[in-house]
Design a protein around this ligand. Structure first.
Ligand SMILES: CC/C=C/CC(=O)SCCNC(=O)CCNC(=O)[C@H](O)C(C)(C)COP(=O)(O)OP(=O)(O)OC[C@H]1O[C@@H](n2cnc3c(N)ncnc32)[C@H](O)[C@@H]1OP(=O)(O)O
Length: 719
């Protein structure tokens, strides 16, 4: 709703009231309509100020209302009526003015922002466009290039940036409402003709066609199949080429298409899923709202390889004091130089001073004695990690949290060797750790709720999307990757090429297909793991038996490439060829194609034609099937956790919601039917055996995703 009061004698103050972000729900919109009418009809009121309760202007349309039968007054006529008012209306912006919130402010005649406010039109991130006049007013106010940038990226700007762009008229360090009230009185009675943005001509650059085409090309490239960014460009183009009223019609038309698209639903699901994972709970019953995190002021990183360096940068950028430890002097010096470089570049990008002095470097593990939390990032070797942890237990002050950045080792096993296993958790960062948003916080049966709460809170402070997961081989993300990779290898054996598989996955929306990704991360990484698992055999035997390992079908293709020294981009050769080692442009490699032909012949494999549909079904449904197993095992608390991990850590396209959401969109019965089909064709592949949770969900009528937890709980309570 909206509160009304008269302040300073002559100012009608309308306060949006809908905690926590004053979203424009039906009640708030009705309140604004009623209160604006009241203020304009009151002869004692000379001007109007609109603000939000609790220092927060407005977080935009109420996303929870989308997909429901929306009632209440629509936004567009409400904002038009404000703009048409014959008394000055001033937006007092504190906190955030986002989406419909900023569009409301753009309908006002003046905008005054607090210096800490943030403004933006993030609708594109929800699969939508700013359809309350945002695509038509913003370009008229700030010009086409700036509007295109803000609307197609959805990025937020600070109040100062908004002032520079011309979005706001004034920025204040004082109470923005008080300043707006005073200001509104100072302009009362003045003509408002020049203050109605919808009447402005849209400033057009001379080469506007070239501008729009260039932007459209870039936007399509970045969008990976998402339709909202493309519609945003089309809507802004309408602002540039059509009169305001026609542009509005185009905006509404484009919005209608987006609004009913599965993509918008998927992106809105992601919005809430991202917030839901913060409300973590452990099988023990410990939860986010009953477990108090310990304060962390000083942290240490042990091992300054690629991961350790990224983690050090991320911690320092969060404002923590960091002790960075590397035992070898040469590596320590190299790491110091690399970390300083990363911090300097990051600071330059953000226009702030680098935080180099927050880090102290040491070769001596005793330097960590006073830290609150340690993140170990040494080589993936259980014996080495155990030794480091035992040293840490002896050196650190009591209560220091001991975190491992392992991606593959057993966190419980590591904890079990410690005198204080309750202090041990996994903090699985993704490379590059100062850039990637995902953090898996891995708890074991003995991890204390406080340790989990502390790691989750630290992750949040570091700007990560932290997801609490149970301990198992590969945790959630990498565990689901195994069947996906395996299917990709099998598809090559059966007749596909890396190009065909990658094209299918990239057209689905992944930024990189599985083979290009594998070349980027290095083929030797998986090879080392397979060797440790005793799956790699040097024997060049042929025939089917040579492709059975530990009782299941196995493809040695990746091992054979590694034996040739083809480790991917870093060696200039992998599934593709590169101009030189380290180069990023993948080119088709005739050698690889001949190698596949020869390999199939040697193993008696008759190649067949494989289409993109089969690639998607086999790779994605095998991955999804493992996701159901993870839910059934209680490793992830709900499908949202898995989806957030895949969207933020593995490049799963956001406009497809995440693997579990996607399964629901495809239809669980269809996923099950296709898995059964492929399992019959490949009975020696256990990953294709449909999970019993999937079967039960289908048997119970394929409930919507928000009801899966009930089925999971029922199963777990029967165990
Ligand atoms: C005609 C249709 C036109 C549509 C145009 C639009 O306006 S679409 C909406 C555009 N607005 C946004 O995309 C803003 C979304 N919100 C945010 O970015 C952030 O929430 C925030 C406003 C920057 C605040 O961030 P903060 O970190 O402080 O809080 P949370 O993100 O955790 O949010 C707190 C709870 O509020 C819920 N929420 C936030 N925004 C909305 C919203 N617009 N509608 C409904 N609910 C919203 C959020 O879900 C949190 O609640 P939970 O119960 O924890 O999920």
């Amino acid at each position: 709703m909206a509160l009304y009061s008269r302040v300073s004698g002559f100012v009608g103050l309308i306060t949006l009231q809908n905690p926590p972000v004053n979203a424009l729900s039906a009640a708030v919109r009705q309140g604004i309509v009623d209160m604006v009418e009241r203020a304009l009809g009151d002869p004692n009121v000379k001007s109007v100020v609109i603000c939000g309760q609790n220092g927060n202007f407005c977080g935009g349309a109420d996303i929870k209302e989308f997909g429901t039968n929306m009632s209440g007054p629509p936004l567009v006529p409400m904002i038009d009526a404000i703009e048409a008012a014959n008394k000055p209306v001033v937006a007092a912006i504190e906190g955030s003015a986002l989406g419909g919130g900023l569009e409301l402010a753009l309908g006002c005649h003046y905008r005054i922002a607090h210096s800490k406010a943030r403004l933006g039109l993030p609708e594109v991130t929800l699969g939508l466009l700013p359809a309350a006049g945002g695509t038509q007013r913003l370009p008229r106010l700030v010009g086409v290039p700036a509007a295109l940038n803000l609307i197609t990226t959805g990025r937020h700007v600070t109040a100062t940036q908004a002032l520079q762009l011309g979005i706001v008229d004034q920025v204040t360090d004082h109470n923005a409402v008080d300043v707006a009230v005073k200001f509104s009185l100072s302009v009362a009675g003045q003509s408002l003709d020049a203050r109605r943005i919808s009447t402005y001509p849209c400033p057009l650059p001379s080469d506007s066609d070239a501008l729009f085409e260039g932007v459209m090309q870039k936007v399509r490239q970045r969008a990976h199949g998402a339709i909202a960014p493309v519609a945003c460009v089309q809507a802004v183009r309408a602002a540039a080429t059509l009169p305001y009223s026609k542009g509005m019609e185009r905006e509404q038309e484009l919005m209608a298409t987006l609004f009913t698209s599965g993509q918008a639903r998927a992106q809105q699901y992601c919005f809430f899923a991202q917030r839901a994972v913060g409300r973590w709970r452990m099988p023990s019953g410990a939860r986010w709202d009953t477990s108090k995190p310990r304060p962390v002021h000083k942290a240490a990183v042990i091992g300054l390889g690629t991961m350790g360096r990224g983690i050090t940068v991320a911690l320092a950028q969060t404002g923590l004091s960091v002790v960075a430890v590397e035992t070898q002097e040469k590596q320590l010096m190299e790491a110091k130089q690399a970390v300083s470089g990363m911090l300097e570049r990051g600071a330059k990008r953000h226009g702030v001073a680098p935080t180099l002095d927050r880090i102290s470097y040491s070769q001596n593990i005793h330097a960590v004695a006073e830290v609150d939390l340690v993140i170990e990032a040494v080589f993936e070797d259980m014996a080495l990690k155990t030794e480091v942890f035992q040293q840490l237990s002896a050196v650190c002050k009591p209560g220091t949290l001991l975190c491992t950045n392992t991606s593959a080792l057993d966190v419980d096993k590591l904890a079990s060797k410690m005198p204080n296993p309750e202090l041990v958790v996994g903090m699985h960062f993704f490379a590059p750790a100062h850039v990637m948003k995902l953090l898996e916080v891995v708890y074991g049966p003995r991890s204390s709720p406080q340790a989990v709460a502390t790691a989750m809170q630290l992750g949040k402070k570091m700007g990560k999307v932290s997801v609490a997961v149970g301990n198992c081989r590969g945790f959630v993300g990498n565990r689901m990757l195994m069947p996906y990779l395996q299917q990709a290898f099998f598809l090559l054996e059966e007749g596909a090429t890396p190009e065909l598989v990658d094209r299918a996955l990239e057209e689905f929306g992944f930024p990189m297909g599985v083979f290009r990704m594998s070349d980027l991360s290095g083929l030797d990484v998986g090879w080392r793991v397979r060797k440790r698992d005793e799956l790699v055999e040097p024997d060049m035997a042929s025939g089917q038996s040579a492709r059975i390992r530990q009782g299941s079908r196995y493809s040695p293709l990746g091992d054979l490439l590694c034996e040739q020294g083809r480790f991917g981009q870093k060696t200039g050769r992998g599934w593709y060829q590169y101009d030189k080692p380290g180069s990023r442009v993948a080119r088709s490699d005739p050698w690889l194609h001949s190698f596949l032909v020869e390999y199939r012949a040697r193993h008696g494999l008759v190649p067949r034609s494989i289409d993109q549909q089969e690639v998607l079904e086999r790779c994605l449904y095998a991955l999804i099937n493992e996701g159901f197993r993870i839910l059934e095992d209680g490793i992830a608390a709900g499908p949202e956790d898995i989806d957030v991990i895949y969207v933020f850590g593995y490049g799963w396209p956001k406009h497809r919601g995440g693997p579990m959401f996607y399964a629901g969109m495809v239809g669980l019965a269809k996923v099950l039917e296709r898995l059964e089909h492929y399992q019959q064709a490949h009975p020696d592949v256990p990953y294709l055996q449909p999970c019993s949770l999937l079967r039960r969900l289908v048997a119970s009528g394929s409930p919507p995703i928000h009801r899966w937890r009930e089925a999971i709980k029922k199963r777990q309570s029967q165990l």
